[in-house]
Write a protein that binds this ligand. Structure first.
Ligand SMILES: Oc1cc(-c2ccc(F)cc2)cc2cccnc12
Ligand SMILES: [Mg+2]
Length: 214
């Protein structure tokens, strides 16, 4: 029986990356996915844009929708200030199982809480489950047709405060047109597009950064 792509990525991390070194895990995955087999990590180019926003915001409470193999969770966690938390949500149990191991290998498990299940089910429970008031920063990197409904749900559940920032991957490729139209057209958001490329390719893609104005 064949291994899955996430399993091959984990094997590469275990054989090539230094245990406890988040940067080496990130670089190992980028090397593998650029030269061996493509995978849907945010990647090095868009990852640098994400890094700059995380460093600017210094979030105490951050949410990631769409963990996949844990590449961006590791990247983000390595930049978080002490006693900050990244909650990352993954619907696919196979991806979640791999991500847990990648996050552990990188040594950032004390900053990351991985929850499994559909975002639509979890978002209404977040406040109670995690004793949260709101998220300072949200990274949307899951299925593109969930970006808009999940954003509206976060608004309704009071998980966004004045100044909360949404960062969305793949707004061009595969694209999230309804989400873009919403955050760019709504008076409740101040939105900005960061032009880049689809991870490990020359195809255009980009990240949309949107500040919730309350
Ligand atoms: O960064 C991503 C990229 C793609 C993607 C897949 C196939 C393509 F041909 C192009 C792009 C899918 C994602 C799904 C979820 C989160 N991120 C994704
Ligand atoms: Mg993506």
């Amino acid at each position: 029986y064949g291994s899955t792509r996430p399993e091959r990525i984990l094997a590469e991390v275990k054989s090539k990356a230094t245990r406890g070194d988040a940067r080496s895990v990130v670089d190992t995955i980028d090397q593998y996915c650029r030269h061996q087999e493509w995978a849907m990590n945010v990647g090095d180019e868009k990852g640098t844009i994400l890094d700059s926003i995380v460093c600017e915001v210094k979030p105490r409470a951050m949410l990631e929708l769409g963990t996949y193999c844990g590449y961006s969770a590791v990247r983000i966690a390595s930049l978080l200030p002490p006693n900050s938390r990244l909650i990352t949500m993954e619907f696919n149990p196979v991806f979640a199982a791999i991500a847990r191991q990648v996050i552990a290998w990188a040594g950032v498990e004390d900053k990351v809480v991985l929850i499994e299940g559909p975002s639509g089910d979890w978002i209404p429970k977040m406040k109670k489950e995690f004793g949260l008031t709101s998220f300072d920063l949200v990274f949307l990197d899951h299925w593109k047709d969930c970006y808009l409904p999940d954003t509206k749900l976060m608004e309704e559940c009071g998980l966004l405060r004045t100044g909360s920032i949404l960062v969305a991957d793949n707004v061009i490729c595969p694209g999230a047109p309804d989400y873009l139209e919403y955050v760019r057209g709504s008076p409740r958001y101040e939105s900005k597009y960061f032009r880049s490329h689809l991870e490990y390719t020359r195809v255009e893609d980009g990240i949309e950064k949107s500040v919730f104005l309350g």
